[in-house]
Design a protein around this ligand. Sequence first.
Ligand code: FES
Length: 80
Amino acid sequence: MVITICIGSSCHLKGSREIIQILERLITLHNLKNKVELNGSFCMGQCMKGVCVKLDGELFSLQPSTTEQFFKDEVLRRLA
Ligand code: FES
């Protein structure tokens, strides 16, 4: 599974760095380092929806405060 986080300037200002840190922590916590790959990407052209995060090609609009829920609902569910 690949998660791509936009690190373009608009998404960066909205907390993409923090989202990456949260996801890294959750991936480690759940022992998923060999199953989930984190990537950064330049502007995805959807700045209004930032922070833009793609999971297997599907676009999600996250904030640091919604990242843990996203991880539970999407990442863990898809791996289950
Ligand atoms: S900066 Fe993230 S979509 Fe533009």
